[in-house]
Design a protein around this ligand. Structure first.
Ligand code: FES
Ligand SMILES: [Fe+2]
Length: 378
């Protein structure tokens, strides 16, 4: 069961904050050493941690039919996830068992994975199906040269991949904390990848608080929203921040059973550690921050129409308009802010960053990261 508030309770709490000029507060503050954003040693430990956690790899909707696949690097490892003939999803280390070439690139639909180097061919279940001129490999046991599987779990509309043995007993139980975030009515209408010169955690932090709204977004978000007025909830190592719009006032006298929060607030979920799911007015963005180096991050993002919508074409058009507004305005402002922070990391001004009580979800993120890295080390 999700521990998160329902929409009516979130709206009530937002209205209370509006009336009292308050916001949700964390219990603690947090000092994070700046060295943790710069050091290779720390970076390698974080990458290792990502391999031992169930991490969302893509939305289920990115693999809509039998044969649909997505191939990309996750925590520095090439992985391919594919929906098989039975409808269930498998994932493999994306490396040919002959000499290691990647057998799938990007995304698409396949009946087989054919290595583009010498043509070894694999079934969707990973089994080695064909070796050209097989007589050149007289002693090879085909049955043990299939693609190497990794653990995969499809839940809540997401495909989770765990590359190495999960840390701690019942590590996958953590997935039970997560509510259903995407359903079958949602389709991917855009997918993109890009890279930026910044540490992945700076990007995560930028999505986890509303304390910066007035100063960073004076003309994009602030005229429609509030400064430093958020509901901040944690569930397991994850969190959800509610960013209300001023239009939420319209819901003051709406009975709970008639409540529709769409367009009245944005929910931003952080699925620990490196995934953000933002439920915007008419679309949902799943964004994965893949660490490439201490100073470089690859962003993988999927845009889906929101759920419970009736007119698919109109919904899709609205979702696309909505997507371009958000990407243009606030996205640029947040990206500029985190790039400037990255540029200042080597300035020597700070030994640590101080996260205050308004930045509760960031404190929760760093507490979770510190604790998970400690357990990985045990
Ligand atoms: S590396 Fe794949 S067939 Fe040779
Ligand atoms: Fe922002």
């Amino acid at each position: 069961m999700s521990q998160l508030l329902d929409d009516a309770a979130v709206v009530a709490r937002v209205l209370q904050h509006i009336d009292n000029a308050t916001t949700d507060l964390g219990e603690e503050t947090w000092l994070e050493p700046v060295e943790n954003y710069r050091s290779w040693e720390r970076f390698k430990a974080e990458l290792e941690l990502l391999k031992h956690l169930p991490v969302p790899f893509c939305p289920s909707a990115a693999l809509p039919e039998s044969g649909s696949y997505v191939a990309r690097a996750a925590a520095g490892t090439p992985i391919v996830a594919v929906r098989g003939e039975s409808g269930s999803v498998r994932a493999f280390r994306n490396a040919c068992r002959h000499r290691g070439m990647q057998v799938a690139q990007g995304s698409g639909t396949a009946k087989y994975f054919v290595c583009s180097y010498h043509g070894w061919t694999y079934r969707l279940d990973g089994g080695l199906h064909h070796i050209p001129h097989e007589d050149g490999f007289p002693d090879l046991d085909v049955s043990c040269h299939g693609l190497v599987p990794v653990q995969v779990t499809e839940r809540h509309g997401l495909i989770f991949v765990t590359q190495d043995e999960p840390i701690g007993e019942g590590a996958l139980d953590g997935l039970n904390d997560i509510p259903v975030l995407l359903d079958e009515s949602q389709r991917v209408f855009a997918a993109s990848e890009s890279e930026s010169e910044l540490n992945w955690k700076l990007n995560m932090e930028s999505t986890l608080e509303g304390y910066h709204i007035r100063t960073t977004h004076p003309e994009s978000f602030y005229p429609y929203g509030y400064d430093n007025l958020n509901v901040v909830e944690t569930f397991g190592r994850n969190s959800r921040i509610t960013f209300p719009f001023r239009r939420i006032e319209k819901l003051r006298n709406t009975p709970a059973d008639a409540l529709d929060v769409s367009g009245k607030l944005t929910y931003v979920y952080n699925l620990f550690p490196n995934v953000t799911i933002a439920v915007l007015s008419s679309h949902t963005v799943v964004s994965i921050s893949e660490p490439v180096s201490p100073t470089r991050t690859r962003f993988v993002s999927y845009r889906l129409n929101n759920r419970l919508e009736k007119d698919a074409v109109a919904d899709l058009e609205r979702a696309q308009r909505d997507a371009s507004f958000v990407a243009d305005a606030s996205g640029r402002e947040d990206a500029a802010a985190v790039s400037a922070i990255q540029a200042g990391l080597d300035s020597g001004a700070n030994d640590h960053f101080t996260f205050g009580r308004f930045e509760k979800a960031i404190v929760h993120f760093h507490q979770g990261l510190t604790e998970s890295l400690r357990r990985l080390d045990e």
